[in-house]
Design a binder for this molecule. Structure first.
Ligand code: FAD
Length: 330
């Protein structure tokens, strides 16, 4: 008898016809960049996500989970494993913590659970429509819930981090155990969660909210989108900020004007705004954004990244670190 192919082994577990071959990853990233993947699977819910990760690990196939693809630079060469596109999409109000005052219920804390594949902005809009306060600063935030937990997504203008509102996270750990973890495990920091150092896969996250007034929460949230629209470049595919900002101590040491920690400021000072390599360009509006202006390859973007690092090191003696995550094969 012929040995089963990897594809048929995956399909036996995940469903006939559910594994695609040679999917173009550029179709699934906001940069519109990325080579092929040998195998591609779209998980519709948490169970499918868990099964696909476990199966891939059993078969020793290289693996990564893609949320919105808005913070990844995927290499141009074929990825030799399985990419799981996370489309799990449930949002649930879990519980309301309040009290009865003079016969009337006064809700205060409200817990909302979202699958990791939920589009983050959909979750934000859901909470605003439910008159829940805490996510006003995240209206217009691209990506998925899983991606937001991975990087501890933030809105720097308001100094708000997604991790500040996490109550707990359900994940699949490297031993294929599903477990619930809290803030002590996740260790959120600037552009950081513990998940970046483990093989954990986020399945869902539960967030804290406070009941407020619907018109007011929408009003505050709309101010965020206005700020995004007027300060961020638009019109070309991008992954948002390419580099992490520098520390306050580094800003004091240089010193930068008003001690700004903006990586974009340093890149700008190196004269790199508007710099083009191949089809990629450093935005001339916001130097921390790299734009795909003309069929850029991952290598074009990587060359710009390395140029920024080299020039900033020469001029300021500072090492820049990517905020975007490099995946696949370069
Ligand atoms: C125009 C634009 C503006 C942006 N503005 C902001 C901003 O204001 N603030 C901000 O913080 N970011 C911003 N970003 C960056 C990006 O949107 C965030 O980092 C976002 O949280 C990424 O989520 P994602 O689902 O797209 O992650 P992906 O790009 O799909 O993945 C990023 C990393 O997370 C991992 N990952 C994804 N899902 C899971 C999971 N379920 N379990 C484990 N690991 C997982 C991936 O494997 C990968 O390593 C912006 C991006 C763009 C394009």
């Amino acid at each position: 008898m012929l040995p089963k192919t990897l594809q048929s082994k995956l399909e036996k577990e995940l469903g006939e016809g559910r594994i695609k071959r040679d999917e173009k990853l550029a179709l699934h990233t906001s940069w519109r960049i990325g080579g092929l993947t040998r195998f591609w699977f779209e998980a519709k819910n948490q169970d499918e996500l868990v099964k696909a990760v476990i199966m891939s690990r059993k078969l020793s196939l290289p693996l990564f989970v893609l949320g919105g693809g808005t913070n990844v630079l995927i290499g141009d060469k074929t990825f030799p494993g399985l990419v799981i596109k996370n489309n799990s999409g449930q949002i649930k109000i879990l519980g309301v913590g309040g009290k009865i005052v003079k016969g009337e219920r006064q809700d205060s804390r409200v817990l909302v659970e979202a699958d990791s594949g939920v589009v983050f902005n959909r979750l934000v809009r859901f909470t605003l429509d439910e008159a829940l306060s805490n996510f006003e600063s995240f209206l217009g935030q691209p990506g998925s819930v899983g991606g937001a937990i991975y990087i501890n997504a933030h809105f720097m203008k308001d100094k708000k981090y997604v991790g500040d509102y996490v109550s707990s996270v359900k994940l699949l750990d490297s031993n294929n155990q599903v477990k619930e973890v809290g803030l002590d495990y996740l260790q959120f920091g600037y552009d950081y969660s513990k998940i970046q150092e483990t093989q954990d896969i986020v399945l869902s996250a539960t967030f804290n909210f406070t009941r407020f007034v619907k018109e007011k929460v929408w009003e505050r949230a709309n101010q965020t989108t206005f700020y995004r629209q007027t300060t961020q470049p638009s019109g070309y595919p991008t992954a948002g900020c390419t580099f992490r900002n520098i520390s306050y101590a580094q800003a004091l040491f240089i010193p930068t004007p008003e001690y700004t920690t903006s990586a974009g400021y340093l890149i700008d000072q190196c004269g790199l705004k508007g710099k083009v390599i191949g089809g990629a360009q450093i935005s001339d509006q916001h130097a921390n954004f790299i734009l795909n202006v003309k069929n850029a390859s991952a290598q074009d973007v990587l060359d710009l990244i390395n140029l920024c690092k080299q020039k900033v090191k020469e001029k300021f003696n500072i090492e820049l670190h990517e905020e975007v995550v490099l995946k696949g094969v370069f």
